[in-house]
Design a protein around this ligand. Structure first.
Ligand code: ADP
Length: 617
């Protein structure tokens, strides 16, 4: 029982929304990991290959090409005779390895020339015919691909050109090489190991991976025409810097443009003649010599990266403000691109970009509509609430208006009764007189309150209309002071005026008089007996000002910001027995602002307050 209760407790504690987001992120990542995005990923791989500086080229690789120039010189494709001449010339150079990409059996010539060719080949420290085709020797097959007849002594090696036609990107581009097949070492590592012995072991080759029954590696491809090239005819005629081929691996092949088999597509170009097969092999060998095959990080690293990016995107979409979210997504995307490019060059690390990019976009585009729905619902709810509040507010104002109106009549009757009682023939006792005075005072207060509420309701529903007249504001101040004299005298408060002579201003005298009266009345109301209320007028910076300063209770600092709100009464005012509705200042500010003026207040609790009316001249 306890365990279940604990579990329920735990369930209550976890943040449900956050958990859903994480589950969503795991789900999206898992689905993405199983999506085959090879085409897109290889496209991004090619982009990285193209944009980095080309890889270094080994000085030990040379190519000899039969191209249209050579065909023209020999008035036809070179025959065995010319090939023999080539080999004689090469023999002098002492290359390390000679690799024929042309099948010697298919070169036209006599049997004796073939025998001569084979004999001459035997004099080189390494001489191979490289069988380019996909026809690999199976385990147990030994001689099937050997050359026939007199050429049998020439060693045949297999090193197929792999093309991504049915696997990987399926775009016909050459990006990989085969290192072994059924455990047998193939051409490229075999030759590389003659230059660097440890390359004989595929496990020593960076980035090697298993694929079906073979071990393979990606080619660190250089752009076309990166490798030194000599025309066949130039070698035959010794028309090249002598010793050029000394101690090198020499590939001999064609660039005649007769067949697509002579060429491969590369990450640099999808054109059918993007790079000669000769150069593709040179690239493969070069990759092994430099040991610079691009490698991939372990699967879990890529899965983790994907998951983190998806989590981030989901969080951003569901929890951030749209603009900020977009910025964060954009920056993350940029960071991913930068990291992938920097990792590829110079570290040869090929980080999967396709899945993370798709992850970011899927999270973004699938979740945005969801977020929109949620936000729409929220704003609809707010709208409804707002509507309700407006209705309640209207109801309240109407109700107050009605109530105040209906209260006025009984109050007037009470006041009438007080009059009658006061005029009674029988003299009243002192206590009765006191009671009557107190009743009159209270009814006066109540009537004041009711009339301000009534005024306020009327203003709220009809608005105030300005009745502008040119008027000296000092006259209004004087009128207010006269009106307040009794009020001040009752508390022995000195009303001190300090009025600057002013030009007349266009204003509504009734409204502004009411504002000034309100401020002076408040100053007297909220001040102790025997204090001073100062009323100043002045003109400054194109504004006429009336300033009312008192030495009263002041307003607590934390309440100052609410001073001009409807029905606001400060703590200290509410705690005292000074009556008020909290409407005077609200209306005063409203009236002043109708004149495009300002009403401001400064106050210090216990010391006094200053109210300033500013009106434009
Ligand atoms: P009322 O005076 O009827 O309560 P007002 O809108 O005129 O309403 O004033 C709102 C509140 O501001 C008052 O209740 C009081 O707390 C405070 N107040 C206004 N004037 C002064 C003043 N001169 N000194 C201290 N407090 C003031």
């Amino acid at each position: 029982m306890g365990a279940i209760a604990n579990y329920l407790q735990f369930l209550k504690k976890i943040d449900l929304l956050r958990t859903i987001r994480w589950i969503l992120a795991v789900g999206i990542s898992a689905v993405l990991l199983y999506l085959p995005l090879d085409y897109f990923e290889f496209y991004l791989y090619d982009l990285r290959v193209r944009l980095r500086p080309p890889p270094p080229i080994s000085q030990q690789i040379e190519t000899i090409i039969i191209n249209p120039v050579s065909v023209q010189a020999f008035k036809g494709e070179p025959t065995l005779k010319e090939h023999l001449q080539l080999l004689y010339q090469l023999q002098k150079e002492k290359p390390k390895v000679v690799v024929y990409l042309i099948n010697p059996n298919e070169i036209s010539g006599t049997i004796s020339e073939k025998a001569q060719f084979a004999a001459l080949a035997g004099t080189f420290s390494g001489f191979y015919f490289l069988n380019n085709t996909d026809d690999l020797l199976m385990k147990g097959e030994v001689e099937r691909l050997d050359l026939p007849g007199p050429l049998k002594s020439i060693k045949v090696l297999t090193g197929p050109i792999t093309v991504d036609s049915k696997v990987f990107a399926q775009d016909g581009v050459t990006r990989r090489m085969m290192l072994t097949y059924q455990g047998n070492i193939l051409f490229h590592p075999y030759i590389a190991s003659q230059l660097i012995p440890e390359r004989a072991q595929p496990k020593n080759i960076r980035g090697s991976f298993e694929f079906y029954d073979s071990e393979q590696a990606y080619i660190d491809m250089a752009p076309a025409k990166s490798f030194p090239k000599t025309n066949f005819v130039d070698v035959v005629r010794a028309n090249y810097p002598i010793q050029r081929f000394h101690d090198t691996v020499v590939f001999i092949g064609t660039d005649l443009g007769k067949s697509t088999k002579e060429y491969v597509k590369t990450p640099y170009s999808r054109s059918v003649t993007a790079m000669t097969v000769v150069e593709a092999h040179a690239n493969m060998l070069n990759t092994l010599i430099q040991n610079s095959s691009p490698r991939k990080p372990p699967f879990w690293v890529e899965a983790l990266l994907l998951f983190l990016l998806v989590v981030l995107s989901v969080e951003v979409v569901l929890a951030m403000k749209p603009i900020k979210g977009l910025l964060v997504i954009g920056l993350t995307f940029l960071l991913l691109v930068i990291i992938s490019f920097v990792a590829f060059w110079p570290f040869g690390l090929w980080i999967n970009m396709a899945h993370p990019i798709l992850g970011i976009f899927i999270s973004y585009y699938f979740l945005i509509p969801y977020r929109l729905i949620v936000e729409n619902r929220k704003s609809w709810e707010l709208f409804q609430k707002n509507k309700l509040l407006t209705q309640v507010e209207e109801l309240k104002t109407n109700f107050m208006g009605m109530m105040s109106h209906d209260l006025k009549t009984p109050l007037a009757r009470i006041q009438g009764m007080i009059e009658i009682a006061g005029r009674d023939k029988n003299p009243l006792s002192e206590d009765q007189k006191k009671a009557l005075k107190s009743i009159r005072q209270s009814t006066d207060d109540l009537l004041n309150l009711i009339s301000s509420i009534l005024n306020f309701s009327r203003l709220e529903s009809q608005g105030a209309h300005l009745n502008l007249k040119s008027k000296d504001i000092n006259l209004l101040v004087e009128e207010v002071i006269v009106k307040c004299t009794d009020l001040a005298a009752a508390k022995s408060i000195r009303l001190v005026k300090d009025l600057e002579p002013l030009f007349s201003v266009k204003l509504d005298p009734d409204l502004i008089r009411q504002v000034i009266f309100n401020l002076v009345e408040n100053a007297i109301k909220y001040s102790p007996d025997n204090s001073e209320v100062k009323i100043k007028s002045e003109e400054k910076e194109g504004m006429v000002r009336v300033i009312v300063v008192d030495q009263g209770m002041g307003i607590p600092a934390d309440e100052l910001s609410k001073l001009f709100m409807k029905f606001f009464r400060s703590r200290n005012a509410k705690n005292s027995n000074i009556k008020g509705s909290g409407l005077g200042l609200y209306l005063s500010r409203y009236f002043v602002e109708l004149h495009k003026g300002r009403l401001t207040a400064a106050s210090e609790e216990g010391k006094g307050s200053t109210f300033v009316i500013e009106l434009p001249t």
